[in-house]
Design a protein around this ligand. Structure first.
Ligand code: A2H
Length: 252
C-alpha cells in the first residue's frame, strides 16, 4: 500500500431525483460514483455513504455524463481519459455531503432498486471519491455505520435521516465464508463486540479478518455467479459492469 497505485472500481450510481441545489443539473445524466475494492459484492448494496461536511462537486465527464465526486477524484479522472480535455475537470456545481443525504439512486446489480445517501462520519475525503457504497453484509464499517443509524434516533434526527431511507434495508446474504457464515460482517462485529463506527482499532481487526478470507475462501451465494468462488466471480463482475458502462476503472 502507498507504493503501487490502488486499482478501484468506480460504481456509477444513477441519481433518480435532482432535488434542491441539484435541480441545476436537470436534464443531465447524473451519477454519484463510489470507489470499491469489492465489485463482486455490489448485489448486496443497501445505501451509500457520504461525509455530511465533506466538499463534493458535480463534474462534467465524457459521453455527456456528470459525476458527483470529491474534487481530488475529479482531477484524477481528468488524467485517466474521463474528461473532454486531458487534465481538466469542469465543475458544474459545488456540493456538500449533506446535499446528498436522502438522495435516491439506482446502483448497478443491487437487489434493492432504490437506495439512499446516508451520513458516515469516518469517511476519508482523500481516498477514492469520498462516496462509499454500502454492503453491510460484507463490510464491517458499513455494518456498524448502519447499526449506529438504526439504533440511535438522535443521530438520525441530527442529520435529517428519515426512517424510510434506512429501516427497510437489511444486510443481504451474498457470500458464504465457511468460518463466518453468510453475513460475515455482522458475525465478526458481534464476535469482537464492536460498539460503533468509531471503534477504529476493532474495525480494522474485523476488516483484516474478513477481507482476505472473503477473497480466498468466499463463495457467491447470490447473483449470476452463485456457486462460484469469489476470486473467480470478482473479475467477471467487474468486467461486465465496465462493459455495460455501469462502472469505470479508477486508480490513485
Ligand atoms: B469497500 P482501501 Cl463489501 N473513506 O467497498 C472510507 N472508506 C472508503 C473510502 C473513503 N473515502 N473510499 C472507499 N472506501 C471503502 C465495499 C467493501 C469494501 C466490502 C468489504 C470491504 C471493503 C463496500 N463498502 O473494504 O483503504 C470501500 O469499501 C475493505 C478494505 O483502499 C473500499 O472497498 O484499502 C475500501 O474502503 C477501500 O479501502
Amino acid at each position: 500500500e502507498g507504493v503501487l497505485p490502488q486499482d478501484y472500481t468506480l460504481i456509477k450510481m444513477e441519481a433518480l431525483e435532482l432535488p434542491g441545489k441539484l435541480a441545476a443539473l436537470e436534464g443531465k445524466k447524473v451519477y454519484l460514483c463510489a470507489a470499491t475494492l469489492r465489485p463482486e459484492t455490489m448485489i448486496g448494496q443497501t445505501n451509500y455513504w457520504i461525509l455530511p461536511d465533506g466538499d463534493y462537486g458535480a463534474y462534467q465527464m465524457i459521453d455527456d455524463e456528470v459525476f458527483i465526486v470529491a474534487a481530488r477524484a475529479a482531477r484524477n479522472l481528468s488524467f485517466q481519459d474521463k474528461t473532454e480535455v486531458f487534465g481538466e475537470a469542469v465543475c458544474l456545481l459545488e456540493l456538500k455531503g449533506s446535499d446528498m443525504i436522502g438522495l435516491p439512486v439506482k446502483s448497478p446489480t443491487a437487489i434493492y432498486e432504490r437506495i439512499y445517501g446516508l451520513p458516515m462520519l469516518t469517511i476519508l475525503m482523500n481516498k477514492g471519491t469520498g462516496i462509499v457504497t454500502s454492503v453491510p453484509s460484507d463490510a464491517p464499517d458499513d455494518y456498524m455505520a448502519m447499526q449506529d443509524l438504526k439504533n440511535k434516533e438522535p443521530m438520525r434526527k441530527k442529520f435529517g435521516v428519515e426512517d424510510s431511507w434506512i429501516m427497510p434495508f437489511v444486510p443481504q446474504e451474498i457470500i458464504n465464508i465457511p468460518e463466518f457464515g453468510n453475513i460475515c460482517a455482522e458475525k465478526v462485529c458481534v464476535d469482537l463486540k464492536i460498539q460503533s463506527q468509531n471503534d477504529r482499532a476493532k474495525l480494522d481487526e474485523a476488516k483484516h479478518r474478513t477481507y482476505l478470507k472473503g477473497f480466498t475462501e468466499g463463495v457467491m451465494i447470490a447473483g449470476p455467479y452463485k456457486g462460484l468462488p469469489v476470486k473467480e466471480a470478482k473479475p467477471k463482475l467487474r468486467e461486465e459492469m465496465v462493459a455495460a458502462k455501469q462502472a469505470v476503472i479508477y486508480s490513485e
